[in-house]
Design a protein around this ligand. Sequence first.
Ligand code: ATP
Ligand code: MG
Length: 436
Amino acid sequence: MAKTNRIKIDDILQGKKTDKIVNIRGWIYRTRSSGNIVFTIIRDSSGTIQTTIKKDNLSDKEFEDAKKALIESSLEIQGTVKKDMRAPGGYELQASKVKIISFAEPFPIVKDQSPEFLLDQRHLWIRSQKLTSIMKIRSTIVGAIHRFFRDKGYYEFDAPVLQPNQCEGGSTLFEVKYYDNKTYLSQSWQLYAEAAVFSLEKIYNMGPTFRAEKSKTSRHLSEFWMAEMEVAWMDLYAITEIAKEEVKFILKEVLKHNKKDLEILGQDISKLEKISKAKFPTITYTEALKILEGKENMDIKWGKDLRTLEEDKLMKHFETPVVVTNYPLKIMAFYKPSDPIDSETALCFDMIAPEGYGEIVGGSQRSLNVDEMTNRLKEMGEKIENYDWYFDLRRYGSIPHSGYGLGVERVVMWICGLDNIKDSIPFPRTILRYKP
Ligand code: ATP
Ligand code: MG
């Protein structure tokens, strides 16, 4: 079939090919035949189009092949584009040549299958319209994060994935045999980023992050992608504003490039547009407890972390993401400093998404006090000598610095309106699943 004039399906749906002869290639999304006519929906990466294949217009072999091809068979088609208001998308292709590239075996995925079955068949299920739209939105989000930081003059900096230390608590480490020793898969890029701000000052990264999350939740993966930033000379309040700006930029980029995908996912576009232009409030942990007490009748002891339940109840009172600062120091990671104004609390923050999507960003100013950090690590039973290199950063020209991490999948989940974080990543890894 002539290569000339081969186009994507979306080019047809844009309406500029009416009555023209075009070539497309893709896969059979749906098909049924009736006598001398086959009705097929073809998909490619850009969309789907209704196609009619009539015996009269084709050779016998072409027609017989088209008739017997099952869904997910790959093919090339030449045809004339016709406007047809009854067709989804408003256009139909009337085939004049059909070439099956590969006949598919009966596809294992049919309607109404269980989520577990679909996860077993993930390598095939990622062809679905829903996952395709999510993956496109994810790609926009990842691109937006790179652009956001690069446009502000941040350098991309890479940290090792195999690390000798914990960063976010020993209980979620994945241990890896390392020759005759052991290392851990990265829980965060942060400790190495803190070394690099002394040369680059403003840095960011997006990389795979590993946490052995032992409880089953709809928001935790064992392998996820975290977009982190670390910056010299800035305090907590400065970075909370950058995080707000970043999340709004991500939303605007998705609204610019993925309206069709948001529609396929049934998302309320005007609601997301409103959020992308709104001011995100900042409150303290103590104020959050007051809202929970006053408006939700919840009695939470000061000092307890906000769990999913509390975060969800709190967010009933906000329409945009909210930054919560000053969590109790005692429950925070070792590198978070106490607030000189309120020493029981840490100079830290979480950003919580609306509508029950939970924490999307976590960050803090970094402690400069080696004694305090040493005591915290000892309490956790850590070997202090493993952190000696990290404490060097406080010994040679120490400076105030801060940083945060944004969970890419949490943001995908929120913007796409997903029930479970598993659909925010092509091949999810959880406590119960590492295949396919
Ligand atoms: P959570 O309280 O939800 O477990 P965390 O406080 O452990 O989060 P941080 O260490 O602050 O999270 O990590 C930064 C961001 O990474 C979080 O705000 C979240 O968006 C994301 N994140 C953390 N753990 C996971 C996970 N297991 N799966 C997916 N995303 C995660
Ligand atoms: Mg956690």
